[in-house]
Design a protein around this ligand. Structure first.
Ligand code: PLP
Length: 379
């Protein structure tokens, strides 16, 4: 467990593995260690856990368990969705629509597809960091084979208009598949695919208190794609390879523990921090108020993000500068929001989990004030 003096506020990067999840993983590693493809009972026992987890994830998304495939995480799920369907549908058209603020696992997969001759449209965002529905609509044409949009942005928490895409595609009589990167939304905001009507949805375990290295993709029955891996018969050859049973079991346990009731707590924590930040002179809040309450991004005048991250770290407070995947590079999300460079260079992302309390926020605010005084003096 996190030691009592540690304050972990970087939960969009990754979360602490829950106790029951860790026990489940351990149990699989040491007792239920069979290969799910084996024909004997050790294999059946392991297979049973995979089946159960598939059902648990499918129920949360309101889809069929047969439509869930395990991956090594969100990155692989996104790569499979984008590259797998683009390559398969090449003869139908070559246009892919996404946004400028997607996760690198979508953007770089798109870059790869561009190198193969696909046309990728990166939709801009408003100053609040939200894609405009009208821009999505205008971009869809008869060459479009895929629209890929994230549900909640990982840096600023903005919720994208994923609920509108299916209707747009239908209205335009488009053949395009619709993929949602729901890595930051799954387990945090309740959603059902009966409403969203996506063809593919990516989720990841380590954002919901399960281990890193496991995720899943929902692929609607009838969606055609070329696998990214070739090998055994597992997962109907869509994602072959011996399944990571222990990690998948941990994922299943975390899914069972998912509780949307925490959304209210997160809103309370977010409001509590926001109220205090507003009163601090040198702080500019970058996340709009209607963003996912789990994430709040703000800039601290004149103090580089990394400097502040390390100052807070010395006080055992862990936050992030922009996105953890971007490591020091200027944030493409804040740039797309047209945030001035001085604000994007000084951006801090605080992201909550069910384990955080208002006392954590008091400690953070106190440390931020100290940082502003001390670090500004050192300039
Ligand atoms: N998509 C989003 C929105 C993310 O935030 C992340 C991880 O931060 C990913 C995809 C990649 O997921 P994973 O770390 O499981 O590969």
């Amino acid at each position: 467990m996190i030691s009592s003096h540690e304050i972990y506020l970087d939960n969009s990067a990754t979360t602490q593995v829950g106790q029951k999840v860790a026990v489940k993983v351990c149990e699989m590693l040491t007792d239920n260690y069979g290969n799910p493809s084996s024909l004997h009972s050790k294999g059946f026992q392991a297979q049973k856990v995979l089946d159960e987890t598939r059902i648990q994830i499918a129920q949360k998304l309101s889809v069929e368990d047969k439509e869930i495939f395990f991956t090594s995480g969100g990155t692989e799920a996104n790569n499979l969705a984008l590259i797998g369907t683009a390559l398969k549908r090449r003869k139908m058209g070559n246009k892919i629509i996404t946004s400028a603020i997607e996760h690198s696992s979508v953007l770089e997969a798109c870059g790869y597809l561009e190198s193969l001759g696909f046309e990728v449209v990166y939709l801009p965002v408003s100053e609040e960091g939200i894609v405009r529905v009208e821009d999505i609509s205008n971009a869809i044409d008869n060459k479009t084979i895929l629209v890929s949009l994230m549900y909640a942005n990982n840096e600023i928490g903005t919720i994208q208009p994923v609920e509108k895409v299916h209707t747009l595609l239908k209205r335009k009589k488009s053949q395009a598949y619709f993929h949602i990167d729901a890595v930051q939304a799954f387990g945090k905001i309740p959603f059902k695919n009966t409403r969203l009507q996506a063809d593919m949805i990516s989720v990841s375990a380590h954002k919901i208190h399960a281990p890193k290295g496991v995720g899943a993709i929902y692929i609607k029955k009838g969606t055609n794609l070329i696998p990214r891996q070739f090998g055994g018969e597992q997962q109907r050859k869509i994602r072959p390879g011996t399944e990571s049973t222990a990690l998948i079991a941990g994922f299943g346990q975390a899914v069972q523990e998912m509780d949307y009731g925490y959304l209210l707590k997160m809103q309370h924590l977010n409001d509590y921090l926001r109220r205090q930040l507003i009163q601090m002179e040198d702080i500019h809040i970058n996340s709009p108020e209607n963003a996912l309450p789990y994430i709040i991004n703000f800039s601290v005048a004149n103090i580089k993000s990394e400097t502040m991250v390390h100052f807070l770290e010395e006080k055992a407070i862990y936050v992030s500068s922009g996105s953890a995947c971007a490591k020091g590079k200027q944030s493409h999300v804040l740039r797309a929001m047209k945030l001035p460079k001085n604000l994007s260079d000084t951006a801090i992302r605080v992201s909550f989990s069910k384990y955080n309390t208002t006392e954590d926020i008091d400690r953070l605010v106190e440390a931020l004030s100290q940082g502003i005084q001390t670090l500004a003096k050192m300039k």
